[in-house]
Design a protein around this ligand. Structure first.
Ligand code: ADP
Ligand code: GN1
Ligand code: MG
Length: 350
């Protein structure tokens, strides 16, 4: 079904004049819908393999955005810029299911804002920390038990490790021999994958409502001032660990190289970026983190980087079915880059 036809089902205030592929997400298919009116839109096809229950996912997004909208209004902010706004379908639903069973949704396009795919200025990274910290603070009294667990065990690093071992064992794409070094690197760190989860189970760290995908291109900064504006990509908002939200952002934004840099000699942890983000995140959290959470922030960074390395390698071993890939060995490059970053974190953070 063509995109124009899909858009007919939504309650758009202005008709679309163009629809173009947009953004650099690895999961959903995103399009920018331009109009001649006062608002533009983002059209997304939700990845049905990654999210097998898109209706439940959208319930989470509705609940979260309504909760945030109320908070933003109370503090005199503008919810149409500071959180996502769902444009409903004509029957009132938050998504449209096409004849092929694909799920589509439309958000209001947030104007005069920027999304970065790489950190250009330290200050911008600091601001993104403020945005994710604030997001966490705003959701600190959100009723976590009303959220559906969209991807069970999403950041359960212990279970991610088991899935990785399973992929090695099955070796369905016949790529195991080529990645022996990477497999060994991950195996040497097996014990550590349970540290944070064990602390959670012992009640040493709280379970919070977290974003769970805090990479730089999931946050918007004001186009003029470059101040923290809006956290987007709310598909994975679920109960989780604050140190994971911190760590995933560090994994992406404090790396001196791109996430998929094939030349790993360019990969390292920028301590300057680490500190800037840490400062912003703590400020945004507004004193809500416990001493233990603050102490475990470096471990959160290391675990999210190791987990991502395991996930890219698992996908590579399974024949690249989860993350969008743009070239041969893309997932392997991404994996090697994450593992090189883990090694540098071990030198600099511990
Ligand atoms: P994915 O899950 O594939 O990463 P995202 O929801 O993060 O999808 O969207 C992909 C990109 O589209 C974002 O990085 C951002 O550039 C852009 N985008 C998404 N939602 C909006 C919005 N409401 N306004 C402006 N840009 C958006
Ligand atoms: C995916 O959707 P996107 O591109 O923001 C992934 C994250 C990974 C990230 C790695 C739902 O994020 O968990 O950390 O790629 N999202 C999902 O770049 O799996
Ligand atoms: Mg995204």
């Amino acid at each position: 079904m063509d995109k124009e036809h899909i858009l007919c089902h939504f309650q758009l205030r202005y008709p679309a004049v163009s629809v173009e592929a947009y953004g650099n997400g690895h999961i959903n298919q995103t399009y920018l819908v331009k109009t001649n009116g006062e608002e533009d839109y983002i059209l997304q096809r939700v990845n049905g393999t990654v999210f097998p229950q898109p209706d439940k996912l959208m319930e989470n997004v509705i609940k979260t955005t309504l909760f945030l909208k109320e908070k933003i209004e109370k503090t005199g902010g503008n919810p149409r810029r500071e959180t996502l706004t769902i444009i409903p379908v004509k029957d009132g639903k938050s998504y449209f299911r096409d004849e092929e069973g694909q799920y589509w949704r439309v958000y209001l396009y947030i104007e005069d804002a920027i999304v970065l795919n790489a950190v250009e200025r330290l200050e911008d990274f600091y601001e993104s920390g403020i945005a994710f910290g604030r997001f966490q603070a705003m959701l600190s009294d959100f009723p976590a038990d009303t959220l559906y667990e969209v991807i069970p065990d999403f950041h359960n690093t212990k279970k991610r490790y088991d899935l990785f071992e399973k992929a090695v064992e099955l070796d369905i794409a016949g790529r195991k021999e080529e990645v022996k070094k990477e497999i060994d690197f991950i195996r040497e760190r097996r014990e550590e994958t349970s540290i944070l989860y064990d602390m959670l189970e012992r009640g040493e760290m709280p379970l919070r409502v977290t974003h769970n995908d805090t990479k730089l291109n999931n946050v918007m900064l004001d186009g003029k001032t470059h101040k923290a504006l809006c956290v987007i990509d709310l598909d994975t908002v679920m109960p989780g660990l604050s140190v994971h939200d911190f760590g995933d952002a560090i994994r992406f934004g404090a790396n001196t190289a791109a996430e998929d840099e094939p030349d790993i000699s360019k990969v390292s942890l920028s301590l300057e970026h680490y500190e800037a983000y840490r400062k912003g995140f703590l400020e945004g959290c507004g004193g809500r983190l416990t001493e233990t959470e603050i102490r475990m922030m470096p471990m959160g960074a290391k675990m999210m980087t190791l987990e991502c390395g395991m996930r890219f390698l698992t996908d590579y071993l399974q024949g690249d079915t989860y993350f969008k890939v743009a070239r041969e060995k893309h997932n392997l490059d991404r994996c090697r880059c994450q593992l090189a970053l883990v090694a540098d974190m071990e030198r600099k953070l511990f």
